[in-house]
Design a protein around this ligand. Structure first.
Ligand code: AMP
Length: 396
């Protein structure tokens, strides 16, 4: 793999695409800095070599113009703290002033440029825009795994302007190594735990995993489409009617391939989608008409736990319930605890980004699992067997 270990950055300006798309609260405090921390080793290696660093990222989903709430300036202080250097800032990406700032950087200095998505050219993969960005560095480094599945100007297109000087950062390299290990070399038994709201987002992954795993646990909102497919009454629980046939097909495929597909047997049901709702425990196939399942139930937790504890490789993507609300977090917390316990016993556990990473972080288990990915969509696509444009652009 072409990592930055193969390059000496002495006297060079490294243009590094990072993924600083972190959640911010109303006061612009960073509520989870995992992705920023992930980029620190790459920045430090370049500075230690005697190079300077120009960092570029997107943040949120601006509509193609400047929006204060998505400005990367909110990240300057925390980034300066993380790398112990006062970070300089440029309030756009491609102006002559910004180019000048990048050229004036001395070894050991770091410049952060404004949100790439303030330019609509970024997401369009505009070549002229990528060419202008490329002027900001002598060498290009991609450390943004979270956006590696996008063919954007800064993540993929730009690489063509650095045919001899493009590298993977350390975060990108370890993300790929960990994903690869689970996908191609898992120690058995291999169990995938799928959850979250929708089956439709994860169909391709589930199909792909059926060729790899010994056990497939399905919980969260997506489990009710399977429950309905099996003829159960699910009340007002989340369901994708147009995916019921598919659910039947997946159940059959699992059987044909000898995969142990494990679905919930009971749920914590609620009379409303609310933190203050009335709750009860119900069999998964007998949920009352006006009620909805918002978490897996106690019997299900025990069943899932046993399977997790008997596994040597674990891949977890998607919460078991509406873990954002205290009344419905027990299922996700219990499965997280089981994953931690299995990891202590020697299993390898990979937590897919997005909501599963948020849950593990909420419960304080980041250090107790093998690897928490910073990529949601990117990890899913990689696991589906797709070539990520951000990875391809460095490799070709
Ligand atoms: P996803 O982005 O597909 O991984 O879905 C994550 C979201 O699914 C979280 O915000 C959870 O609150 C939500 N979720 C999990 N279980 C349920 C459920 N039983 N009903 C409704 N939403 C759920």
């Amino acid at each position: 793999m072409k990592t930055i270990d193969f390059y000496n950055f002495s006297g060079k300006r490294a243009l590094v695409r990072v993924d600083f798309n972190v959640p911010l609260d109303d006061q612009f405090n960073i509520t989870d800095d995992n992705r920023m921390q992930g980029a620190v080793p790459t920045i430090q290696k370049i500075l230690k070599d005697g190079g300077s660093v120009v960092l570029m990222s997107h943040l949120g989903r601006p509509k193609g113009g400047v929006e204060n709430k998505y400005s990367l300036k909110h990240l300057i202080d925390h980034l300066s703290f993380l790398i112990n250097i006062q970070v300089q800032f440029a309030d756009d990406c491609i102006s002559p002033e910004t180019l000048k700032k990048s050229k004036e950087l001395k070894p050991g200095e770091v410049l952060l440029v404004e949100n790439l998505r303030f330019y609509k050219e970024e997401e369009k993969g505009d070549i002229a825009f990528a060419q202008k960005l490329a002027l900001l560095g002598d060498v290009y480094v991609n450390d943004a795994f979270g956006t590696a599945h996008r063919e954007h100007a800064s993540t993929a297109v730009i690489a063509r302007f650095f045919p001899q000087a493009k590298y993977f950062g350390y975060l990108m390299a370890s993300e790929l190594k960990n994903a690869e290990k689970v996908l191609n070399n898992p120690e058995k038994p291999f169990t995938a735990i799928m959850g979250g709201a929708k089956v439709s987002d994860k169909i391709e992954l589930i199909e792909q995993l059926l060729n790899k795993v010994d056990n497939l646990i399905i919980g969260g909102g997506m489990a009710y489409t399977f429950a309905k497919a099996q003829g159960g009454s699910i009340g007002k629980s989340l369901v994708e009617e147009d995916k019921i046939v598919l659910a039947i097909d997946l159940i059959k495929k699992a059987k044909d391939k000898g995969v142990n597909l494990i679905l919930p047997v009971d749920s914590i049901i609620a009379d409303a989608f609310s933190a203050n709702a009335k709750t009860a425990v119900s069999a998964n196939d007998k949920i009352k008409d006006d009620w909805m399942g918002l978490d897996i139930g106690p019997e299900t937790i025990e069943i899932f736990r046993k399977v997790v504890l008997g596994s040597k490789t674990l891949l977890w993507n998607g919460p078991m319930g509406v873990f954002e609300m205290e009344k419905f977090e027990t299922g996700t917390r219990s499965i997280a605890e089981a994953v931690v316990e299995a990891t202590k016993k020697g299993a390898f556990s990979l937590i897919g980004g997005g909501d599963s990473a948020a849950a593990v972080s909420k419960f304080g288990f980041n250090e107790d699992v093998s690897y928490v990915s910073t990529g949601g969509g990117a990890l899913l696509e990689y696991m589906e067997g797709k070539e990520l444009p951000g990875v391809k652009a460095i490799n070709e």
